[in-house]
Design a binder for this molecule. Sequence first.
Ligand SMILES: [Fe+2]
Ligand SMILES: [Fe+2]
Ligand SMILES: [Fe+2]
Length: 272
Amino acid sequence: MYQFTDDCLTGIETIDNEHRQLFKTINEISGILTDETKSADEVLQSAKDLMLTLKEYAVNHFTHEENYMREIHDPELLRQQREHAVFTEKVNSEDWERMDVSQGIRVLQDMMEYLSLWLYRHILSSDTLIGKMKAVHDNPVMLAFSDKYCTGIDLIDKEHMRLFEILADLNELNREEFLSDKYDAIVDVVEELKDYTVKHFQDEERYMESIQYEGLAVQRNLHQSFIDKMDNIDLSDVDENQQAYIDVLIDFLANWLINHIMKMDQRIPVKN
Ligand SMILES: [Fe+2]
Ligand SMILES: [Fe+2]
Ligand SMILES: [Fe+2]
């Protein structure tokens, strides 16, 4: 089970408190499911009740969060709404009434496992960016690799530099006015970025393994959630206003990367 840690803080008090409460409830349900002092029937009943509370609380929380994002015109709103829907669907995917006791307990256990991982990844990789997105597409200097992005680990810095380069290429292409096959080229660069990101995460994880870094598991989770996000990019989706869509995409990718490097990668120790 995952816990609420300082890494999860968004700096927005009401949102942080609600996240804390969500983790607490998931852990409470998991605790009930392993309570041996109660009969299986009782266990299932109390776990199911609390599960309904969790569901309601989560739906309310998502509404609060989305309202907040709408108010501040956060460009990530759409992506967040899509992610929140995944949680709600998962919770609604089981028919609790028709389940027998042993099956029900197992299903609930798996679900709590899934939800705590989902929540942990979602908060770390999406919610911590709420209100912090900078318009990188307008400000390409942010994509110039500089000392403030350095980890001091040669291989990792070189690969981060390459990631910034690919993003800068993407941005430049998107600004291009007279290129007739601009969108084909953009699709190619996005593919290149995806492939290189996967390779980079593998290399970075291998390095962390080699020094037995205790933050490896968190990093793996974050990397996977970013790869999932990249896999969900669908450029064929957008016909109208493609340039604006790609602006938002570039901002998201760059902000995620910068945030990840400065919050997570810079903590990886340099091997000596
Ligand atoms: Fe949230
Ligand atoms: Fe969220
Ligand atoms: Fe990383």
